[in-house]
Write a protein that binds this ligand. Structure first.
Ligand code: MN
Length: 321
C-alpha cells in the first residue's frame, strides 16, 4: 500500500451539533446520531480507519455549515475561535496523525482574516475550510479582498467545501434526491469556484490557492468550454490576464474526496496536471477502505499514485516527508 495524507476529513465539537443538524435534513435520526458519533471520535475508531488504509496523516475540519449560518456575527466570531481552540487541543494529543483547517466566521471578513492568521501562526493549522456562501456572499465579494490578501501572505490554501445556497432554485422542486450531495452541492461549489476565477480574484492574488473536493466538482471536465465561451458570454465586460483554464492549473488543486472512479480521476490528472490532485476520503461520510482501494488500484503509474497519495500534500502544506 502507498502511504496517504487525507485532507477532507471531518470532526464535530459539541457546540456545533445544532448547526450541523440544520443541514442534515435528508437523513434519519439514527443515521444522524451515528454520524455525530463518528465525527466526535478522535481516538480508536478514526485511528483504526486510518491505520488499516495507510493514512498516516489527516487534516481535520469541522463538519459544515458551522458558524457560517449563525445570524449573530459576534456569536459566530466567538464560536469559530472556540472551534479552532478545540481542534488544536485534539491535535496536540496526536500531532503526528492530525493537522487542522481553520473554521472561520465569514460574516466578518476582517475577523476571519485575523483568525486565519492566528490559526496558522499560533495553532499550526494548514489553511481554512469554508462551507460555501455566508449570508449570500461568496468569496469573490470585494469585502473579502483583505481575507484573501492574508491567506496569500500566510501561504494558506482555502478549501471550499459544499454547502447550500441561500435560496432553493425551483429546478429542484419535487426532487429531494437532487438537493445535496447527489447534485446541488456540486453545482453550488463549482459555481463558487467559477465566481472566483471570472472575478479576476487570482489576478489580484496570484499566489492564492483554492482547494476543491470531489475531484474538482466536475470542473476539470469543462475547462475547454470555459476558455472557448467566456469572452463571448461576458461581452468584454471582464478582463482576465489568463484564460480560465490557466487559473485552474495555477491556483486550484482538487481532492479525490467522495469520488472513487477512475474516469474523473484521469480527467482531473490530464486537465490540471499530476501535481494538482490530492487524495482524501471525506471521513466519516465516505468509507476510508473504499477510497484507499480506489486509489491503490487506479490505472495510473506508481509515481503519479505517490504524488496523489502524499507527495502533493507534503509540498502544498510543507509537511516533512
Ligand atoms: Mn466533506
Amino acid at each position: 500500500m502507498t502511504r496517504k495524507i487525507a485532507l477532507e476529513e471531518h470532526f464535530m465539537a459539541p457546540q456545533f451539533i445544532t448547526y450541523f443538524k440544520s443541514t442534515a435534513v435528508n437523513i434519519s435520526a439514527d443515521l444522524f446520531d451515528k454520524a455525530v458519533g463518528a465525527l466526535s471520535d478522535f481516538g480508536e475508531r478514526r485511528i483504526a480507519a486510518m491505520h488499516h488504509n495507510e493514512i498516516s496523516h489527516a487534516i481535520l475540519s469541522l463538519s459544515g455549515p458551522g458558524v457560517q449560518i449563525e445570524k449573530e456575527t459576534r456569536t459566530a466570531v466567538r464560536l469559530a475561535r472556540e472551534c479552532n481552540d478545540f481542534l488544536a487541543e485534539r491535535i496536540q494529543l496526536n500531532p503526528k496523525r492530525y493537522g487542522g483547517f481553520a473554521h472561520l466566521a465569514l460574516q466578518d471578513a476582517n475577523e476571519a482574516a485575523a483568525e486565519l492568521e492566528r490559526c496558522v501562526r499560533d495553532l499550526g493549522f494548514h489553511g481554512a475550510m469554508i462551507n460555501g456562501q455566508t449570508g449570500g456572499l461568496y468569496l469573490d465579494d470585494p469585502s473579502y479582498f483583505a481575507f484573501w490578501e492574508r491567506a496569500e501572505a500566510l501561504n494558506a490554501p482555502i478549501y471550499i467545501h459544499p454547502g447550500n445556497p441561500v435560496d432553493k432554485p425551483a429546478m429542484y422542486d419535487g426532487h429531494p434526491e437532487l438537493w445535496g450531495p447527489v447534485w446541488s452541492w456540486g453545482v453550488e461549489t463549482a459555481s463558487h469556484a467559477l465566481r472566483l476565477v471570472f472575478s479576476g480574484l487570482f489576478d489580484r492574488f496570484p499566489k492564492a490557492t483554492l482547494i476543491l473536493g470531489h475531484m474538482g466538482e466536475a470542473l476539470p471536465f469543462q475547462l475547454w468550454r470555459f476558455d472557448s465561451r467566456w469572452e463571448i458570454s461576458n461581452r468584454g465586460a471582464m478582463r482576465l490576464a489568463l484564460s480560465p483554464s490557466e487559473y485552474f492549473r495555477r491556483n486550484v488543486v482538487v481532492t479525490t474526496s467522495g469520488v472513487c472512479s477512475p474516469e474523473p480521476l484521469l480527467c482531473a490528472l490530464q486537465a490540471l496536471g499530476h501535481e494538482r490532485v490530492l487524495f482524501s476520503v471525506d471521513y466519516p461520510f465516505e468509507r476510508s477502505d473504499i477510497a484507499a482501494k480506489f486509489i491503490e488500484t487506479a490505472p495510473i503509474p506508481d509515481d503519479v499514485r505517490r504524488l496523489i497519495c502524499h507527495k502533493n500534500a507534503e509540498s502544498l502544506f510543507n509537511l516533512g516527508g
